[in-house]
Design a protein around this ligand. Structure first.
Ligand code: KDG
Ligand code: MG
Length: 423
């Protein structure tokens, strides 16, 4: 297949280009892989027939990146070469429907790369930041939450205080369960790679952490916690009840997507605010939780559900049911993806909070325009489009490592008896 086939759109738009303008066409679609911080990122670059007019979109699925690259290059690229980049919704729908079996994190991430890149292009064509195209600003900047962890409660307290001193008002706190591999805390180098997990010890220590933080730091700080779907559903409900007295801003991922039937029991047991959704990939997973008001915050990973177009629909759907947004924002979302989160945050009435990842200098050099973080908030730079660029030469200096399954970062987690559990 050639890269340059403007006369060969596989799925041509059955209408004339917008507003009598000379047709702009998509000339090339590339998946660019880089890991400036050691986390594998994928960004889609869509080039057009206009000199220097291109868009970038986040397609990062750090655990299965090569599958996403293949999906972009072998399946989406031939669908959209030669098309008018203005037709975002039609391109989205035709790509989405073309595989017959739809959704899933591989195809959704591939689609997100294309979708976000098209929004970036549309912003550049309109000479406006994307938040303007989504309806305009409803706030100055996006309030962030960031992460504090530690090997014990006093180390967590020290880290919380350091973040407060930098202006953060919302902090997620995680404490290590001694001797076990605990999500959200540094792995203990003294333990074997496949460290075991003990959920009873975890549910005992977490209330002690929040008791300590409230006693030492007081009531004003907004505190959050991520269970990361690590424990049996009934233990999650009991933990939520134990944490109720510490007035969390939210408790995240108490159940796995496979266990969404438990949310009704959670609501009946406790009024603790619940955030859910980073593993969701399709609308059947979130619909009932939102319409039955079983969660308070939706926090999907925008590229894993297919991109900005569907995320905006989801935000609007949530608004009708009083559910706020808290888009997933870890290090395995590229700076382009963080910008997409931010533009939607700015334009959403029902914005709740944004998870922060503070990129270091290397990532900022690879991605000029990475949104700034100060005063506990993330700020858009007001350039046309998403406002983030990619220095391809520099990106190439950080190629993916030679390991495939990410076991260095995500070793299998097992119970004491050796049986595997969800990460
Ligand atoms: O790759 C998995 C991470 O994105 C996830 O573990 C981060 O749970 C997470 C969070 O809340 O940021
Ligand atoms: Mg999480």
């Amino acid at each position: 297949m050639t890269d340059q086939s403007p006369t060969w759109p596989l799925a041509p738009n059955p209408w004339e280009p917008t507003g009598g303008r000379p047709a702009i066409t998509i000339r090339n679609v590339r998946a660019i892989c880089t890991q400036p911080e050691g986390i594998r990122l994928i960004v889609v670059k869509i080039e057009t027939s206009e000199p220097d007019l291109y868009g970038l979109g986040c397609a990062t699925f750090t655990q299965r990146p090569r599958a996403v690259v293949e999906a972009i290059e072998s399946y989406l690229k031939p669908m959209i070469l030669g098309r008018d980049p203005n037709d975002i919704e039609d391109i989205y729908q035709t790509c989405y429907l073309s595989s017959y079996w739809r959704t899933g994190p591989i195809m959704n991430n591939a689609l997100s790369g294309v979708d976000q890149a098209l929004w970036d292009i549309k912003g550049k064509l309109a000479n406006m930041p994307v938040y303007q195209l989504l309806g305009g600003k409803t706030r100055r900047a996006a309030t962030l939450y960031t992460h504090a962890s530690g090997k014990d409660v006093s180390e967590v307290e020290d880290n919380v205080r350091a973040l407060m001193a930098r202006g953060f008002t919302h902090i997620r706190a995680q404490v290590a369960v001694p001797g076990y591999h605990t999500y959200g805390t540094k792995a203990d180098p003294g333990l074997p790679i496949q460290q075991p997990w003990n959920e009873s010890a975890y549910v005992r220590i977490v209330p002690r952490l929040f008791d300590h933080l409230r006693t030492q730091i007081g009531d004003e700080l907004e505190l959050l916690h991520d269970i990361h779907e690590r424990i049996q559903p009934i233990l999650a409900i009991n933990l939520a009840k134990d944490l109720e007295q510490f007035r969390l801003f939210f408790l995240e991922d108490p159940f796995a997507p496979e266990d969404i039937g438990w949310f009704k029991c959670m609501r009946e047991a406790t009024p603790i605010p619940i955030a859910m959704g980073e593993l969701f990939v399709n609308q059947t997973e979130w619909e009932v939780l939102i319409k039955d008001r079983l969660i308070d915050f939706i926090r999907v990973h925008i590229s894993a559900i297919g991109g900005l177009s569907i995320a905006q629909k989801l935000a609007h759907f949530c608004e009708f049911f009083g559910v706020r947004t808290a888009w997933h924002g870890p290090g395995d979302v590229s700076p382009v993806g963080h910008a997409a989160n931010l533009h939607l945050d700015l334009a959403s009435t029902n914005f709740g909070i944004q998870e922060a990842h503070i990129f270091g200098d290397q990532a900022r050099e690879v991605f000029p325009g990475t949104p700034e973080v100060h005063d506990g908030m993330m700020w858009a730079n007001d350039k046309p489009g998403l406002g983030v660029d990619l220095d391809e030469e520099l990106a190439a200096k950080y190629p993916f490592g030679d390991y495939e399954l990410m076991h260095q970062d995500f070793p299998p987690v097992r119970r004491i008896d050796g049986s595997p559990i969800r990460w």
